[in-house]
Structure formats: C-alpha cells, structure tokens
Design a protein around this ligand. Structure first.
Ligand SMILES: [Zn+2]
Ligand SMILES: [Zn+2]
Length: 130
C-alpha cells in the first residue's frame, strides 16, 4: 500500500489486478477498503483529499453477515473470554454503513457503533485503533 494523502492509501492485488483504496473509519476504529478497479468496483471522484465514493460503504462483521452460521460470533467469543476472567478481544460484531462524500463520512442510522447518524471528516491515517 502507498499513501495517496493523509487519509487515503491505495493498493493493488497482483493476483487479479484489482485496485482499491483503504481509509480509517473512526466509527469502527479500524480500516475499511473499497475496490476501485475490478468486479463490483466503487465509483471514486479521484480526489485524494476530499474523496467521494459511490455507492455507500457497508461493512458487516460477525453475526450481522447475512447467511452466517448462528453458532459462535465475536459476541459469544468475547462472552466466553469474560466468563474465564480474560479480557474480551478487540473484535466486535458490527454494522458500519456510510456515505463518503467530499471527505466526510455520513454514518447512517443502521450503524451499530457510537457514530451512527453523525457526519465526521475522514481522519488522518492511523495504523490501528488505539
Ligand atoms: Zn466503519
Ligand atoms: Zn455477535
């Protein structure tokens, strides 16, 4: 990956030639990636400072993934750890749904994180959520 700006990095998959962008999501405290070249690519306005992606970016993990097996997800994994007196992992079952427009993330109300319904600027790149 290489840095395009303070907020965006780009990547290329040498196996299939797909290209894409990765940014840090302040709602999830983690990175999201979109494909800009290849099958089911997103539209990108080419702006590295104030990017706009179309359509919306929807990220689901754990038991929110459609069709996922109901036995065991991050909720049960973390509950088991806590039952054993261990710290829960940093992974959570989440939905993150946003429109990225002019460098702003407009989080929709179906997000499970604290920024649901809010609009915040894309933050500077962070390696992890800590
Ligand atoms: Zn997110
Ligand atoms: Zn879960």
């Amino acid at each position: 990956m290489s840095a395009l700006s303070k907020i965006l990095r780009n990547w290329r998959n040498p196996d299939n030639g797909d290209e894409g962008l990765t940014f840090f999501c302040p709602g999830c405290g983690d990175h999201h990636s979109i494909r800009t070249k290849g099958a089911t690519a997103w539209g990108w306005n080419g702006d590295v400072e104030k990017p706009t992606f179309t359509p919306s970016v929807l990220v689901r993990s754990g038991h929110y993934v459609p069709g996922r097996d109901k036995d065991g997800c991050w909720c049960t994994y973390n509950a088991e750890r806590e039952a054993k007196g261990e710290k829960p992992s940093k992974f959570k079952c989440e939905v993150c749904h946003s429109f990225v427009k002019d460098g702003q993330m407009q989080f929709l109300s179906d997000c499970t994180h604290a920024l649901a319904g809010q609009t915040v600027p894309l933050p500077e790149w962070t390696e992890d959520g800590t």
